[in-house]
Ligand binder design. Structure first.
Ligand code: NAG
Ligand code: NAG
Ligand code: NAG
Ligand code: NAG
Ligand code: NAG
Length: 595
């Protein structure tokens, strides 16, 4: 029972509401007593085992402690029982104090060498009692211990008089429901600077997300400097808007130091023209076509600019091999995403190789063409070693032009048709990462970006009940904007059998960047991604199986302020009034309307 361990604690918390701090994500099991807060003067890390990755652990603690003692956090939004509305407490110092203080954090790690890879044990326990005089953390791996730190740093708060306190005793047993908890950045449509990428990693670590899926390039630009083919970055937006090898290594190292894996994606064979065409124009089809042709039936791309790798031209695979193997050497994660979404048949009408291939044997279909790609490209993707796990978008197995036979060990990322596609893929035995666009696409709802669009030029039916405009999708194919409640309420295992559920590795929230750059990326992700972070860490239900979305309210409002305080530029969710007056901004007084 996935949700059985969750949150018996929240009920017990009410007696110490003045310093009641709800870390996000909510731990699977947190038990508070009420003997009173104790002061925290200085916390020194002590580890019982020495491990190869001791330095990583030390730095993680330094970062947590730095945040604790520089912020001296005052929870921005506390919980209040229903229906007695209470004003914001005037200071955490109002609770009684225990006599002793804490000076050390004792960490015990069982396997100090465990690498940060898919499925690594991230569990931990954390115990604070005045009598012990220290914080005790037990974890299987340093990655679990690091999660304990991000919990602890949210529990230690200002005493209102310049010092720090922690409510105690507190006992936490914690572990994620899913091993794959991520967000996706897209640096192909618009460039995202290294510092802004690091900022996202900070937000991820604080919310215990562990996968940054990095969609490196797209049709529009190729920002990655390559040794094999230096000419590829002629299609970067500028000399400034590129990632050098040392930039990439820095991002990987920074992420790893916070327990975050980087899964790179090179989208192939669709969404591929920039960069590739510089190596050899022959390997790219339809780059000079008009993308929509003004007649949708003849479109060559779903958005400008068009271009796909030529699946039949043999020279394509040599370039794919060289690009892939260079990037495989840089990105150390076992997972590598190779795209495979949105292959547009119309594009290949511009390829002499593909059209001849169809003429050669008129029984061939676009499904056979996709199969040709799988048969020729997948062996290349596997060549980087036995631990390599290939990831693709679900299109390769579910679109009208899907391949006939996709190897079952390829992880598929599901983005269409919500539960239907998740059920389909898991029933067929694929491991699935959930990114259903109706729930988890963070870029939706900002209108369309294509220009010269007459559909906006409509004066009748201004609400758009019938037409395209405002009340309709307003030009955003996946409108509306997905709010944190929409994300958190997503029961993505609905109606799945246990066997199907076991194929769900986790979920990712993508933020495609046609309309995103450094200015908007952080507010695009945060704090909404934190709602997903909790959904995949400890779920969206309490121990009785009741949805706890309303319970998340104060937690996520507080967490938003905490993100901003830690330098992650998260957007605001509610008028400040709602934070200060818990539940006054609820739509329903009835606390069980969300089921
Ligand atoms: C939660 O933790 C407490 C304290 O360690 C323990 O007594 C209780 O059994 C745990 N609850 C569950 C459901 O695991
Ligand atoms: C591609 O070309 C074929 C043969 O000319 C034609 O029947 C088909 O409609 C074209 N498809 C697209 C999508 O342009
Ligand atoms: C999955 O979807 C495909 C395409 O719609 C369909 O042909 C197939 O029967 C479905 N399989 C399952 C197990 O639902
Ligand atoms: C789940 O299955 C039940 C029973 O077959 C059905 O009534 C319900 O609509 C399904 N839920 C979804 C979200 O598909
Ligand atoms: C609250 O909402 C739930 C779910 O709609 C309903 O079952 C329950 O009767 C409601 N309670 C009250 C007191 O109206």
């Amino acid at each position: 029972m996935k949700f059985s361990t969750v949150l018996g604690a929240l009920a017990a918390l009410t007696t110490v509401s003045a310093v009641k701090v709800n870390p996000l994500p909510a731990p699977r099991n947190i038990t508070w007593g009420n003997s009173g807060a104790i002061p925290v003067k200085w916390l020194e890390l002590r580890t019982t085992e020495s491990c190869r990755q001791q330095e990583t652990l030390n730095r993680a603690w330094e970062r947590a402690w730095q945040s604790i003692h520089t912020l001296r956090w005052v929870p921005a939004a506390t919980e209040a029982p229903i229906p007695h509305f209470q004003p914001f407490p005037t200071g955490a110092g109002m609770t009684k104090r225990a006599a002793s203080a804490l000076y050390t954090v004792d960490v015990s790690v069982v396997d100090g060498d465990a690498d940060l890879q898919h499925g690594v044990d991230e569990s931990y326990t954390l115990e604070v009692t005045a009598s012990a005089g220290s914080v005790k953390i037990n974890a299987q791996t340093i990655w679990g211990a690091m999660h304990a730190f991000t919990t602890l740093q949210q529990l230690i708060i200002s005493d209102g008089q310049g010092g720090l306190i922690i409510e105690q005793p507190v006992m936490i047993q914690d572990a994620p429901l899913y091993p794959h908890r991520g967000i996706m950045i897209d640096t192909g449509r618009n460039f995202i600077s290294v510092p802004k990428i690091l900022e996202q990693i900070d937000g991820m670590a604080l919310s215990k997300m562990n996968v940054l899926h990095w969609h490196l390039d797209d049709a529009q630009s190729w920002p990655v400097q390559m040794r094999t083919y230096p000419e590829m970055t002629k299609d970067a937006y500028s000399a400034r808007e590129q990632y050098s090898r040392s930039d990439i290594l820095r991002i990987i190292a920074y992420a790893r130091s916070q327990g975050v894996r980087i899964i790179p994606e090179v989208d192939m064979p669709g969404h591929a023209v920039s960069g590739w065409q510089q190596v050899n124009p022959e390997i790219v089809a339809c780059s000079n076509s008009w993308w929509s042709n003004d007649v949708w039936e003849y479109h060559t791309a779903v958005e400008p600019n068009p271009g796909q790798l030529d699946i039949i031209y043999p020279g394509t695979y040599e370039v794919v091999k060289n690009v892939y193997s260079e990037l495989s050497d840089i990105f150390t994660d076992n997972f590598f995403h190779v795209g495979a979404d949105e292959i547009q048949p119309g594009c290949y009408n511009f390829s002499k190789y593909v059209t001849e291939w169809f003429i050669e044997d008129p029984s061939r279909t676009y499904n056979d063409l996709a199969q040709h790609w799988v048969d020729h490209a997948v062996p290349i993707f596997r060549s980087s070693g036995p631990n390599r796990r290939i990831m693709m978008w679900e299109d390769i197995a579910l679109s009208a032009e899907a391949a006939n036979n996709v190897p079952k060990d390829i992880v598929l990322q599901s983005w269409n048709n919500g539960l239907t596609n998740i059920a389909n893929l898991t029933a067929r035995g694929f491991d699935v990462v959930v990114s259903s666009s109706d729930f988890l696409y963070l870029d939706c709802g900002h209108g369309g970006f294509v220009t010269n669009d007459p559909r906006y030029d409509v004066m009748s039916d201004p609400s758009g009940a019938v037409t395209f405009n405002y009340g309709g999708n307003g030009g955003s194919w996946c409108a509306p904007y997905k709010t944190w409640q929409r994300i958190y309420d997503f029961d993505f295992t609905t109606n799945l059998t246990d066997a199907q559920k076991s194929h769900i590795l986790g979920a990712e929230a993508p933020l495609w960047s046609e309309q995103v750059d450094d200015v908007t990326i952080s507010s695009g992700f945060w704090p909404r991604a934190a709602a997903l972070a909790e959904l995949v860490w400890s779920g969206n239900r309490d121990k009785d199986g009741q949805k706890r979305t309303t319970d998340l309210t104060q937690r996520i409002i507080n967490f938003r302020e905490y993100l901003v305080a830690n330098g992650v530029m998260a957007t605001v969710l509610v008028p400040r009034y709602c934070a200060q007056h818990p539940h006054t901004c609820d739509l329903y007084y009835n606390q069980s309307v969300i089921t």
